[in-house]
Design a protein around this ligand. Sequence first.
Ligand SMILES: [Zn+2]
Ligand SMILES: [Zn+2]
Length: 243
Amino acid sequence: MAPATDAVCPLCGYNQGEERILVYHLVTAHKGIPHTPGEEMFLCKLHPEAGSMNHLEFVKHAQEESTKAANKTIGIVLESALLRPPKCAEVNVQPGQVTVVQKHLEETRPVDARPPEIRRRFNVAMTGAVFMILIGYQLAGLRAPLNLIGVIDIVAGMGSLAGSLLYYVHPFRQRLGASIVLLSSAFAWIPFVIFLFRILVGQSLFGTYLLFLLLGPLLAMAGAAMVLVMNVPSRKLSQASLS
Ligand SMILES: [Zn+2]
Ligand SMILES: [Zn+2]
């Protein structure tokens, strides 16, 4: 029997060179990954519920999980740099022991200190913060006193960004972080109202700015408010802060 790490197709002998390409070849050309009697079986340390699989099935699983994780983020580069999320890992398992090992892995599974459902909300808030900073930068270049609008937006955006980043550094301070975002972004309504008023009285021609002036505080406040109303069990949180 060929060793599990061989990247040669066991069905047609085609040498793919790389396991992930071989997996793709098996799934597309042979409609699935074949099993050989007596082969080594594995469970995923992070996803024991996925059940036992052979090595190539595990390669496929790990690949699917990493794509899923990438899709969860809304293009925030900071996230992967700050978090370095845990990767799937193979755990060798004997045929009769699947349930026992599965149960053990489920119990010892590392707690995610920054669960995706909270990260997503801070991502929304950060998107709003970036809007505020960008539009603020644009408006800060206008003549006085209009440039003050820009300065307020930059400060509000920076504050919202700081609140979100606080969560990434200290995940158990999520409520404090969200409160900082909520408070900072509240100031960004001032520029929005001033601009809205100027457009209504026909003093301003920068109508498109209004949309971005609205989106900034709207997204930041929505993200922060969703974190604050969220009910996170305190046990889970204290466990997470220990890790
Ligand atoms: Zn083949
Ligand atoms: Zn996994």
